[in-house]
Design a protein around this ligand. Structure first.
Ligand SMILES: Cc1ncc(COP(=O)(O)O)c(C=O)c1O
Length: 443
């Protein structure tokens, strides 16, 4: 080739949630008896959650009623009735909402929306990310800026609430920051941010003339007595705001590839409006988002059985949160925050308990050699080393905290297990494996 076609930017991108699947597959090739407990991917369907029967009925009905239209393209920005429903739904929580349906954009899953918002930002400008963060946001943001992500801390000693002093300090010191990303309820920590915290974030955005991006894909999944605060209400007529939602997690329908962006308060800033128009233009190039989910959206979330469905789902997640944090909380080596929303938990290792000599027994000699080779790579984070040993030794697959751009060592797990006995058995094994791993250099 006449010119070099590759560059170093992909090194800024991380998606260990899926990358670790390659490690699982390799171990399975080497050890035919290797069985895995997937605690890494936030896919309720893969974890055996049934799709609610009323959704299946709605799909059959839509195909009968709308005919072949459901197999065709829909409007590039989203099927107009679906966009109008999003506006109506926003008014339910924020009655004076100024959301216009022309500023609701449907995308093929929120993943596509995330790429588009960072791509269309004027080059070099930054949206500050929480750390730990959902890697698609942090990766796409830093990829487009061609620099490591700029982040504010979520504080594990304060229920993973944002460290607002740190956030303000970073904003003050970096004039390139134009927006603040909030993920609430949070992936990977399972935190639900308080109304007071969100109000302070809105105040910071006002003070420094920034916009807010609020990823709310888990907003219906809140429990343990916590309540979700609609930032749209707080930010109303105060700061430009982008809200992101979708059908992947609560219905659950991740394979539906349907998400949307809502642009609120665009009248406040002409330049922000131009940026929104650029995102709109960018979305047109994708032709359209999957048609079928948009055509059942209103009937789905307004269905009389939906509330019952989400209540039993949240009840189960609450039980899992309590029991997994009870079991892992017994470990003297971990700090554990229970999950209050979404379906993730991120236990952290206490300071200085990990080192690069710790191991766990791996029965299959080929798999052992493979893992020893992986962990010998220079610069491998210590929590990744632990995750590899845990996987090869016990079959339990979790994701290292450092893969979520975390400065703390730990791991993220999903709280989606449906069988309480199996859940307790898996996490008791994790707790025991941690003991054994830490002790392995003391013998
Ligand atoms: C915080 C957050 N945002 C966005 C997404 C992407 O969702 P989608 O399936 O709609 O692409 C995920 C998926 O796990 C997520 O956790």
């Amino acid at each position: 080739m006449r010119q070099k076609v590759s560059d170093e930017r992909p090194s800024l991108m991380r998606y260990e949630i899926r990358e670790i699947v390659d490690v699982v597959q390799k171990i399975q090739e080497l050890d035919k008896d290797f069985k895995v407990d997937n605690e890494n991917i936030g896919d309720p369907v893969a974890k055996g959650w049934p799709v609610p029967p009323f959704l299946k009925d709605l799909l059959i009905e839509a195909i009968k009623q709308e005919g072949d239209k459901v197999f065709g393209y829909s409007h590039s920005r989203g099927w107009p009735p679906a966009r109008k429903w999003v506006v109506k739904y926003a008014k339910k929580f924020s009655p004076s909402s100024n959301l216009d349906y022309e500023y609701v954009l449907f995308t093929s899953g929120l993943g596509a929306a995330i790429s588009a918002i960072y791509e269309m930002l004027s080059h070099g400008l930054r949206i500050i990310q929480p750390t730990p963060s959902y890697p698609t946001h942090a990766s796409m943001e830093s990829f487009n800026a061609n620099e490591e992500s700029v982040s504010y801390e979520l504080d594990p000693d304060n229920k993973w609430e944002p460290n607002l002093a740190d956030l303000e300090e970073k904003i003050k010191n970096n004039p390139k920051i134009v927006g603040i990303l909030v993920i609430n309820p949070n992936n990977p920590t399972g935190a639900v941010h308080s109304k007071e915290t969100l109000e302070k974030i809105v105040q910071l955005a006002e003070k420094y003339n920034l916009f807010i991006v609020s990823d709310e894909v888990y907003f219906r999944m809140v429990y343990n007595g916590y309540k979700f605060t609609h930032i749209t209400e707080l930010a109303h007529n105060r700061v430009p705001l982008m809200v992101m939602r979708g059908v992947s997690k609560d219905v659950p329908w991740p394979g539906g590839r349907c998400g949307w962006i809502e642009f609120h308060n665009i009248h406040l800033d002409e330049d922000f409006k131009k940026y929104c128009d650029a995102v709109k233009k960018r979305i047109l190039l994708e032709v359209c988002s999957t048609s079928l989910p948009q055509m059942v959206l209103e009937k789905l979330y307004d269905h009389p059985d939906f509330e019952k469905w989400i209540a039993q789902y949240n009840k189960h997640l609450e039980d899992n949160s309590k029991n997994i944090s009870r079991i892992l909380g017994q470990s003297p080596y971990l700090n554990v925050n229970p999950t209050n929303g979404a379906f993730y938990m991120m236990p952290l290792f206490k300071d200085n308990v990990l080192n690069d000599r710790q191991t766990l027994p791996i029965k299959n000699p080929e798999a052992k050699k493979f893992i020893e080779n992986l962990v010998s790579k220079p610069g491998l984070p210590l929590d990744k080393r632990f995750v590899y040993y845990l996987l090869a030794s016990t079959g339990i697959c979790v994701v290292p905290a450092t893969s979520f751009f975390s400065k703390h060592y730990g791991f993220r797990l999903t709280t989606l297990e449906r069988d309480p006995k199996k859940r307790d058995e898996i996490y008791s094994r994790v707790e025991k494996a941690i003991d054994e791993y830490i002790a392995s250099t003391n013998v």
